[in-house]
Design a protein. Sequence first.
Length: 276
Amino acid sequence: MPAEFTELSPAKLNLFLKIINKRNDGYHNLRSGVTLINIFDEVIAKQDSKFSVRYVGEFSPRNNKFQDCIVEKIFLKFNLPKPNYCFTIKKNIPIMSGLGSASSNAAAVIRILEKLNYKDLNMKNFAQIGADVPFFISNHDSLIREIGDVIIKQAFPKYYFLIIKPKHNCSTKEMYNEINLDKLNFNLNFDTNEINETDSGNDFEIILENKHKEINNLLKFMRSLPNVIFSRLTGTGSCIFSAFESKKQADDSLIIFKERFPLLWSRVVENNFKHN
């Protein structure tokens, strides 16, 4: 058995996100178009005398814990024995941002466990660790449905994205608690596996105007940039992105954004990139 494994852990963007309803078990059924983008965390598992998890990097959580340590959740949820490996997670993706880094990290750990010959890891249950975990395990752009466990492979257009991170973080749990299903435009075609004309926007943006004015104002600014195709909140936030046809358009808008908001994190990324 190799003494060390390394897995890249990409971020994602929700090109659209619709909340359908709340289930009896407390989870929400949703419908979302999700695309992988070329910014990565890195998960390294190195043989050691005992099991441990540590976070390093620009976005390492201060207390070395992240979402109650999603790596630990994998072993607890599936009642798995912990291997004598140290899992080091290098955080290059902002946390609590809607970019899916926690679920992506979990998917990377699961891939490592498969290499360690862990058997019977049932994909159907992965959404109970994090809604985006099955998507990241599938490792391709998708339409996701229900609680994230129904995945239909998609081929989205090539975009270049300007992503920005407000000062404010968004708690996924709090955003779901604040959503008012009565105010949403119900998608009559939510049950189809085909993208349709009602698949647009992000239902969580309705919360921003009253609850998160900083993010709402930044979203308005992003929509005012030249050559923007569309701008969205990704996931439950707090990151916002604008889509462009060319890298030059995205790079030019990055310059404009940095002149206005020099202290905020921002990056130009792309989808439909080559990855393993």
